[in-house]
Structures are given as C-alpha cells and as structure tokens.
Ligand binder design. Structure first.
Ligand code: NAD
Length: 339
C-alpha cells in the first residue's frame, strides 16, 4: 500500500505520518509538502531515515509537479492535509487560502482522476458549519448541518469539500471527507492558541485572549484525530462525510487557565485583546456516525491531553524555539503589538 500524505510537514499531517509508519511497517508513505511557514522538516526528522518514507517538496496547486509525482509513484491512497490553516492569516490575506485550499484541492482531484486512486481523503474542518450559539448547549454539528462559513479560511475549506463531493458524483471518484474540531498536541505551530499560551507562559510574557475568552472549542487530541482518519481510509464508506470530535468543549479562557495552572504561572499574565473579526462563538461536534459505523471514539480526555501536550513542549523546546525566531516574529508583532 502506498499513501501520499500532503501537508505531512505540518501539525496534523506530521503526526499522521509518524503514526502510519509505526502502525503499518509495510506501507510506503510519501509526504508531499511545499514547506510554507507552517511546514517544518524537524517534525519529520524522526522518520527521514525510514526506508518506507519519502519526502517530496512540491506545491499541491502545481499541476505539472503533482502529475509527475503520480506518474512516478502510482499511489493507492491520497490523504490531503495540505492547506493554509490559520483563520487570522486568512483575514489578513485571503488569496493564498483560495489558491492552496481550493485550487490545490482541484489539482489533486484531477490527478487522482487521471491516474486512478483507490481513495482520496479530504481533511476538512467543523468550521465549514459556521458556529453555534452559546446559549444552546443542546446543539451539535452533524454531517447534515448546512455549510455556513464565517471566514475566508472556512469558506475555502467548504469550497474544497464541495469540489471533492462533485468529483464523486460526477466522475465516480472514491472520496471521503472528515470534518474535525480543534486539534492539539505535539508539533502544533506556535501561533495557535494552546502552543502560543504554553510558550508565552514559560517566557512570562502576556497571554493574549480574544474578546472575553468565551468562545468555545471542542478540543481533540491529535492522535485521536489521526486514528479516526486511519479508520476512514480503510473502512469508511465512499462518498461519505464523517465528523470527528471529542465532546471536550472548553472556553478559550478555561484552556488558558488550565495551562497556567499546569505550568505554575500567574493568571495576571492574561491580557484581553480586540476580538477576531467574525469570531465564531461555539463549535461542537456530534461524532455519532463515526462511532456507530467505524467504532471510533476519542481515547484522550482534555485534562489528560493538555498535560501530555505541556510535557511535550517542555521536552521539545528546540523544536518550537527555532520556529519562534524568523518569520513568525514579524507575524506576531503585527497581530499583537498594538493591542
Ligand atoms: N489544526 C486544527 O485544529 C484543524 C482542525 C480542523 C481541520 N484542520 C485541517 O487539517 C489540515 C492540517 O491542519 P494543520 O493544523 O496540520 O495545518 P498546518 O498549517 O500545521 O500544516 C499545513 C501543512 O501544509 C503545507 N502546505 C501549505 N500549503 C501547501 C501547498 N500549496 N502545497 C503543499 N503543501 C502545502 C504546509 O507547508 C504545512 O506543512 C488542514 O487541511 C486543516 O484545514 C485542522
């Protein structure tokens, strides 16, 4: 079995590459990634010597490059993690989100159609459903919830999902889509909430929290997410969408306070900053379908997962300290210096 993993130098894709190589020693895994600011070869360094692993630097929107890879490698499965993934950056510069997330997905689908594939899997997000009100804790996103996006990021992901489904209906391409809630865990890029708070708290720097910190996210430990994708690509029904979420809802402020407590720091570091434009209030997933059909359930509860994550960041400082220097510095100043 040969699997192309796009975006495998990023957070979730990197964890997926590690898991698949360990779980299926007979499989060949090819990572296709163009190493944007979010891609990091250090994430892949533990597997670079594995003879079953290959890294290819390429842009998923580069048709000639992608076709060449398909011709050379003849993959059985493609799992598309590659994306511009940060909502804040999509508000600053939507164009690259349309290019990678929509055009890039289109190129991958065309390649699968041209060269053949047993499964194309699209890694999507619960953000395509928009948000839920805070005063309706009884509501959850199901696979039938209408798409109703808020940001250029979520709109580009929803556009990609529609394209994927159209290639199934029109051309019979064997596709699946998963829509997951917010992930956390090892190798998470330091501009996202949980690693940012860990890094800043360790440095006794201010901990920026949007608005009043009331926004609710359904936190999913990254290994649970990777396990769900593994089940879907092997046993999921073609043409289906599967929601992945862990019933681990927390407000942003609860998350920040949990990390502060874990690190033994002071809550005085919390600084409330101007809210994100169009900020979604609450995401919450109903994972009944993937549970009933594929037997998936999350194994890591938030309180345990956050401990493991903090421990990982403490033990792998060089991984994130390298990232915190460089391009990330200017991004950070732009986003938070005037607030
Ligand atoms: N992180 C989350 O909480 C979350 C939640 C739901 C869904 N998702 C989805 O999961 C996927 C992975 O998310 P992540 O957090 O690991 O993202 P990430 O930003 O950490 O990594 C993205 C990776 O894609 C690569 N990439 C970007 N543009 C590319 C291009 N044009 N060609 C080739 N490679 C390119 C980057 O170099 C990077 O390695 C994304 O599709 C995202 O929409 C993420």
């Amino acid at each position: 079995m040969k699997i192309i993993v796009t975006g495998g130098a990023g957070f979730i894709g990197g964890n997926f590459v590690h898991m698949m190589l360990e779980k299926y020693p007979d499989y060949s895994i090819i990572c296709l990634d163009n190493l944007t600011y979010a891609g990091n070869m250090e994430t892949l360094s533990p597997v670079m010597d594995n003879p079953k692993f290959k890294f290819i630097k390429a842009d998923i929107a580069d048709r000639a490059a992608v076709y060449k890879i398909f011709e050379d490698e003849k993959p059985d499965i493609l799992v598309n993690f590659a994306a511009e993934s940060h909502v804040d950056r999509s508000i600053e510069d939507p164009g690259i989100f349309i290019q990678t997330n929509v055009v890039g997905t289109g190129v991958l689908l065309d390649a699968c159609r041209k060269y053949g594939i047993t499964r194309y899997h699209q890694v999507s997000t619960d953000e395509v459903y928009g948000d839920l009100p805070l005063d309706r804790p009884d509501l959850f996103f199901t696979e039938d919830t209408p798409l109703h996006t808020s940001s250029p990021y979520s709109s580009s992901k929803a556009g990609a999902d529609l394209l994927v489904m159209s290639y199934h209906r029109t051309f019979g391409l064997p596709v699946t889509i998963s829509r997951c809630s917010n992930n956390y865990g090892p190798y998470h890029f330091p501009e996202k909430l949980i690693p940012l708070i860990i890094a800043n708290a360790l440095a006794e720097k201010q901990l920026p929290v949007y608005g009043k910190g009331e926004n609710v996210r359904d936190w999913l430990y990254v290994e649970d997410h990777c396990h769900a994708i593994d089940l879907i690509i092997h046993n999921g029904r073609v043409g289906e969408v599967y929601n992945i979420g862990g019933h681990n809802e927390r407000t942003n402020l609860q998350v920040v306070k949990t990390i502060i407590k874990e690190l033994g720091k002071s809550e005085d570091l919390i600084t409330y900053v101007t809210d994100r434009l169009g900020h979604d209030m609450r995401y919450a997933i109903d994972p009944t379908k993937i549970h009933d059909e594929l037997g998936w359930e999350p194994t890591t509860l938030f309180d345990e997962g956050i401990k493991k994550t903090v421990k990982w960041y403490l033990e792998n400082k060089s991984w994130w300290e390298n990232i915190i220097s460089g391009e990330y510095q200017s991004y950070y100043k732009k986003m938070y210096s005037d607030r």
